[in-house]
Design a protein around this ligand. Structure first.
Ligand SMILES: CC(C)(COP(=O)(O)OP(=O)(O)OC[C@H]1O[C@@H](n2cnc3c(N)ncnc32)[C@H](O)[C@@H]1OP(=O)(O)O)[C@@H](O)C(=O)NCCC(=O)NCCS
Length: 126
């Protein structure tokens, strides 16, 4: 089943939270932390990755009951293009044939859209 998820968030919602290392570690994969924390637009990078996790949740929570914030994350290739990654726990529960993510951010807003192709249908919860 080919599914779409989308999420938009205010960058300022995340700006304060990322000052707290406990929050950062709880929500973000080490790859995302490393990519985002050194940037002058750190809050935008973190915010859009948070939006991507919410977008993934909109799709995967119809298929699996428990999804942690670190079960999906974004990695960027050498050109900067973002790719979705999923934890072993997710791969054990569902078969993902294909996934794609696109993100955009401004000083105020971050938006992410994901496309995920999953074997089976939304009723086949694990
Ligand atoms: C890539 C590009 C379209 C981003 O657009 P933008 O308006 O500057 O910024 P946006 O906020 O809309 O998007 C930023 C996101 O684009 C994504 N992005 C970067 N390069 C990308 C690419 N080659 N393909 C797809 N998405 C890309 C990233 O995920 C980035 O967010 P992140 O750094 O937090 O991960 C723009 O920088 C561009 O046209 N660059 C020149 C072309 C280019 O980079 N070509 C590939 C390298 S040869």
């Amino acid at each position: 089943m080919l599914e779409t998820g989308i999420d938009i968030i205010e960058v300022k919602r995340i700006e304060k939270s990322i000052e707290n290392p406990v929050f950062v570690k709880k929500y973000f994969h080490p790859v995302e932390i490393e990519y985002s924390k050194h940037s002058a637009q750190a809050a935008q990078h973190f915010a859009v990755r948070f939006a991507a996790k919410e977008a993934v949740r909109k799709v995967l929570l119809s298929y699996i009951d428990n999804l942690s914030w670190r079960d999906s994350w974004i990695e960027n290739d050498a050109n900067g293009k973002p790719y979705l990654h999923f934890s072993e726990e997710v791969h054990k529960k569902i078969k993902i044939q294909y996934s794609s993510v696109s993100v955009s951010h401004t000083n105020q807003t971050a938006i992410a859209i994901v496309i995920i192709d999953i074997d089976g249908d939304a009723n086949s919860r694990q």
